[in-house]
Unconditional design. Structure first.
Length: 466
């Protein structure tokens, strides 16, 4: 028993060394480990963070305007779902190309281009009275959104010490979700008080502010920092794609991201407010407050999940499966109760959905720790495609079922949300299968993951001995 315990401790230390090495390689010791964190570094980060907050605002603006959009453009639920599907499809398809453009043109150019693109898109949305123009505008929102987040993250490793980069990455992701609060409260207030055009012109104005901040304060690297490596050749890009996809750890990240992200994202970006207003009888203001609760709960859960994955790198998949199970159970409870459901149950639904986003970041952690440095960006792009593909599929299916069921009614929504269950089943099978293959690779490299029952048995014995 003592030998088995020693072997297990050695295995955990080995995995932690791998994870730690992944952090050091991903963020590099070249400049960040010796750079003094100056006030300018935080100014650069603040400008990038503002751009990301505004990008999330633009991305989620249709979430509070779904019913208004249906009236303005005389759009069926299927058509309305198509708005978000196209936006997410563009976002997902651009992940790898954006990485290549980032290497070639730098983060400042990319973030500025994203802000300009989304500002122009929201002006088009504000003035559009026809469905084709509105759809084109939302596609442009997806383009600008795709340019922003990974570009902002890319500069952290050259402006901050390596030990601080993971924290700054987490803060960027968490604080960026404040953009959902801006869409759920101020934007919704303007929309319902002054109308469609003023609301989306105000969103465009936020884009102007973000673009100005990026132009004035965002820089790719500090003076004297090493120049970035040369951009990869097309052949190297293709080899990186093949290598990343072939590794089961990347596919484990893809299925994890897909299974945990889709329900919360679809709820927040489009169907949550219509469902709460029409399907559960809440006021538009109350529905906006629920979206705010979703963001705040996610900000609380995120650091907890981050600490868990750092302390228990061998059990990341159990966190993923637990969050999927909790999401399934809370949806079953909500859908079984005739509407309107009790307020406590709806709040519980929102809190569980808030855990979806932070847990989906485990997929990126898999991509980072299972891939060498030269293809980590490609692996992250593959993982991101999985989550957004699941999200756009869910969005489209919910809209199609609503349309086939006669439009926005409580019973139609209860039926429409059932489309999530097959997607969860597929992703759980994917997680379990990819995990098995990834553990075989780990075992071949000298790291054996003990079954969870053995870990629990050792824990019981340890408590008995104490």
């Amino acid at each position: 028993m003592r030998a088995a315990r020693a072997r297990y401790s050695s295995e955990v230390r080995g995995v932690r060394r791998v994870v730690g090495a992944g952090v050091r390689c991903a963020h590099g010791p070249q400049w960040g480990s010796v750079m003094h964190t100056s006030q300018r570094a935080y100014l650069v980060w603040s400008a990038g963070l503002l751009a990301y907050v505004v990008a999330v605002l633009q991305r989620s603006s249709f979430g509070v305007a779904g019913l208004d959009a249906a009236d303005r453009f005389d759009a069926s639920p299927t058509m309305l779902g198509g708005f978000l599907v196209l936006q997410l499809l563009v976002y997902a398809m651009l992940q790898v190309p954006v990485g290549l453009l980032l290497d070639r043109f730098g983060a400042r150019t990319m973030v500025l281009a994203g802000a300009v693109t989304m500002t122009a898109a929201q002006v088009l949305v504000a003035l559009a009275t026809s469905l084709p123009l509105a759809i084109m505008a939302r596609v442009l929102v997806g383009v600008g959104d795709a340019l922003t987040f990974i570009s902002v993250l890319s500069v952290l490793s050259v402006w901050f010490p390596a030990r601080r980069v993971p924290l700054m990455t987490q803060l960027t992701a968490l604080l960026g979700q404040f953009g959902q609060v801006l869409s759920a409260v101020p934007l919704a207030t303007v929309l319902h008080g002054w109308g469609w055009t003023p609301a989306f012109l105000a969103a465009a104005g936020a884009g102007v502010v973000a673009g100005t901040a990026v132009f004035a304060g965002f820089r790719n690297r500090p003076p004297g920092a090493p120049a970035p490596a040369a951009a990869a050749s097309p052949r190297e890009v293709l080899d990186g794609l093949k290598g990343a996809w072939r590794h089961p750890g990347t596919r484990l990240g893809l299925w994890s991201h897909a299974g945990t992200q889709c329900s919360g994202l679809v709820f927040a970006l489009l169907w949550g407010v219509p469902y709460l207003v029409v399907g559960q009888g809440m006021s538009p203001t109350g529905a906006s407050v629920m979206l705010t609760v979703l963001v705040l709960a996610g900000a609380v859960v995120g650091p907890v999940f981050g600490e868990f994955t750092a302390r228990h790198p061998l059990r990341r998949s159990w966190l993923v499966l637990s969050v999927i199970a909790a999401t399934v159970l809370v949806w079953v409870a909500v859908l079984l109760v005739p509407p309107p459901a009790p307020m406590w149950l709806l709040v519980l639904l929102v809190v569980v959905l808030a855990a979806n986003g932070p847990c989906s970041a485990v997929g990126f952690d898999y991509a980072r720790t299972f891939n060498p440095e030269h293809r980590r960006g490609t692996a992250v792009g593959i993982v991101n495609v999985g989550g957004f593909t699941a999200s756009l599929t869910t969005t489209l299916l919910v809209g199609a079922v609503l349309g086939a069921s006669g439009g926005y009614t409580p019973e139609a929504f209860r039926t429409a949300w059932l489309v999530q269950f097959p997607i969860w089943a597929i992703t759980v099978v994917g997680v379990v299968g990819a995990r098995r293959k990834a553990r075989r690779v780990m075992a071949a490299e000298g790291t054996v993951v003990p079954p969870i029952r053995d870990v629990l048995r050792r824990g019981r014995r340890r408590r008995e001995l104490s």
